[in-house]
Design a protein around this ligand. Structure first.
Ligand code: ADP
Length: 231
């Protein structure tokens, strides 16, 4: 489903952010991507969401060849990929329900569909009963749940979670990871970047380590290994 073949990204003459990355992720996999700051993790995710374009190499996701993707079709691609960020990026003037509903409104969903879908998704992330709360009135963990609800409300095939627990206390971080696992069990491919060694060890999932723009290890059921990664 996600296929990268010798993908290179050069931002400018001095900075090769990714250097011939090859990668294959099956549908419904849960993959953790680790690596020190500056290793190239964000660049990899930005290539997948088409925020950035690769300098060379091939990217195919869900049958879409990125070389053949026209700008007008980028929204179709983005519907297949939900993204969650470290800093939540909620709309501060909209309440919990409205933040999630907005993701449907902007792509033209009707009122009935929105009323049907939003409560179901808020239930999945454990926010039932908090629909009217404003982002300011929520804990960090709850804000991240809203962001996850918003990311999955259009039922993407892939969920990218870029350091989703980076701003959270450890006890709330694990709640977020459990929600990601639940979403993965429902059939969504999850790509998670994290610096949290404890999470990597406990999840026991496939772990891809990036160093200086290259994949230096790719292991199933992996634990954090300070020999191969500096996180
Ligand atoms: P990570 O997410 O692992 O911290 P990044 O993908 O952000 O790593 O960065 C990888 C490399 O690419 C770094 O050397 C960084 O300085 C460089 N880089 C990232 N974004 C840009 C950009 N927009 N312009 C120039 N260089 C960039």
């Amino acid at each position: 489903m996600i296929l990268l073949d010798r993908v290179t990204k050069v931002y400018n003459r001095n900075s090769t952010a990714l250097d011939r990355i090859s990668l294959h992720v099956e549908p419904k996999e849960f993959v953790i991507i680790i690596g020190a700051s500056g290793a190239g993790k964000s660049t990899l995710l930005k290539l997948l969401t088409r925020e950035e374009r690769q300098t060379s190499g091939k990217i195919v996701i869900g049958g879409i060849d990125y070389d053949k993707l026209k700008d007008k079709n980028i929204p179709i691609l983005r519907r297949k990929i939900g993204v969650v960020f470290q800093d939540f990026k909620l709309l501060p003037n909209k309440n919990v329900y409205e933040n999630v509903a907005f993701a449907l409104e902007i792509v033209g969903y009707g009122n009935n569909e929105i009323k049907h879908t939003v409560p179901r998704v808020l239930d999945i992330v454990g926010l039932k009963g908090k629909e009217k709360r404003m982002p300011m009135e929520l804990s960090g963990g709850e804000r991240q749940r809203v962001a996850i609800a918003r990311a999955i409300v259009r039922q993407p095939k892939i969920l990218i979670a870029d350091e989703p627990t980076g701003n959270l206390d450890p006890k709330y971080a694990w709640d977020i990871i459990k929600i990601l696992e639940k979403i993965n069990r429902y059939g969504t491919t999850v790509l998670l970047t994290t610096h949290n060694q404890d999470i990597v060890n406990k999840l026991k999932r496939r772990v891809i380590t990036i160093k200086d723009g290259r994949i230096v290890s790719d292991r199933a059921n992996a634990e954090y290994n300070p020999g191969t990664s500096k996180i």
